[in-house]
Design a protein around this ligand. Structure first.
Ligand code: APR
Length: 310
């Protein structure tokens, strides 16, 4: 049985996600966007690559929601991306409206779906989707940590001259400047980087990771990152579709874990067929815990701007 995955927003992130997912060849995909013809055109283009690349699934694009009915997984990328000089938080009220509308449409037709949120500011938008959907917390998850961690791993790999596959790391907290890259848990082939790289190089990598999204926005001038974000989304969809029980940093609803309650924030979770199966609590030093709480405070402030309650 093929999974049915709907992708809301057929822009840069949405279409790249659709392409990657089709190439994994276990899902049929529906792409929804408000721009007439655009999701239909992109879907047809991806479908026409199938004989060359060699996948068997179906992909359709639409401006409506009928085709989305009965989806197993729904990815929300619809919204506006930031421009140079904007923070992710500047998008909050515009994207809150868009995310609310699309969530209402989706839950009416796919009441059992797992919802993955990418639209920024993602921690706050995941909270919106949770409130609007009324779904259990295990079926609402946001993507941020896999991307931030991938940036951290990339910079460490480049610095050390090793394969990024052999670099493991965790970036926790909100998807903003206050995110918490945990250098102590970053390893190359199992050896902590704190024993391999000099302190000042690690500090520079942490700083570059925090500003990773901004670095791309400045270079692109129009729009924000989408190749790595779409790869991160597909890693999450794989974990759910194939019940991989991956331990991945995701935006999850906390009820006491890490001393935080009533808030979505980035933490390691076990991700499988039923969604978030467990929030994984890793031991933190007092400083790391304080940094996570400071980061969570910035998310809480944004949630207050939207006048959503915990
Ligand atoms: N319903 C469906 N699609 C919508 C809606 C809506 N109500 N409103 C906007 N969209 C679509 C836009 O038409 C656009 O095609 O969402 C798409 C967003 O695509 P891009 O502008 O290319 O933005 P993208 O780079 O994909 O980023 C999307 O992810 O990374 C975050 O900050 C980023 O919040 C932004 C989101």
């Amino acid at each position: 049985m093929r999974l049915k995955v709907t992708i809301l927003g057929a822009g840069q992130v949405g279409a790249s996600t659709a392409q990657r997912l089709m190439e994994h060849d276990y899902a049929d995909v529906v792409m929804v966007d408000i721009i007439p013809g655009m999701p239909q055109g992109k879907a047809l283009d991806i479908q026409e690559a199938a004989p060359i690349v060699g996948y068997s699934g179906r992909i359709v694009g639409t401006n409506g929601y009928e085709e989305t009915a009965g989806s197993d997984v729904v990815v929300i990328t619809s919204g506006i991306p930031r421009k140079p000089g904007m923070s992710r938080d500047d998008l909050v009220l515009t994207n809150q409206k868009i995310v609310t509308q699309v969530t209402e449409q989706i839950v009416a037709r796919s009441p059992n779906a797992i919802l993955i949120v990418l639209t920024n500011p993602v921690d706050a938008m995941t909270q919106v989707v949770y409130r609007v959907s009324g779904f259990p917390k295990r079926r609402v998850v946001g993507q941020a940590g896999i991307l931030d961690t991938a940036r951290f791993r990339t910079f460490v790999a480049l610095e050390a001259g090793v394969s990024p596959r052999d670099v493991q790391a965790y970036v926790l907290g909100g998807h903003g400047d206050q995110m918490v890259p945990l250098a102590r848990y970053c390893t190359i082939g199992g050896v902590p980087i704190t024993e391999i790289l000099p302190r000042e190089r690690i500090d520079a990598i942490v700083e570059r990771t925090r500003k990773g999204g901004e670095e791309i926005v400045k270079l692109l001038q129009t729009g924000s990152a989408f190749y790595a974000p779409s790869a991160a989304l597909v890693e999450m969809i794989d974990a759910i579709a194939l019940d991989q029980k991956r331990v991945l940093p995701c935006v999850a609803y906390l009820e006491g874990e890490y001393g935080l309650t009533g808030l979505f924030v980035g933490v390691p979770v076990r991700l499988g067929a039923s969604g978030i199966e467990q929030v994984v609590e890793i031991p933190l030093t007092d400083d790391e815990r304080a940094a996570l709480h400071r980061s969570a405070d910035t998310v809480r402030a944004l949630v207050q701007v939207m006048q959503l309650s915990g």
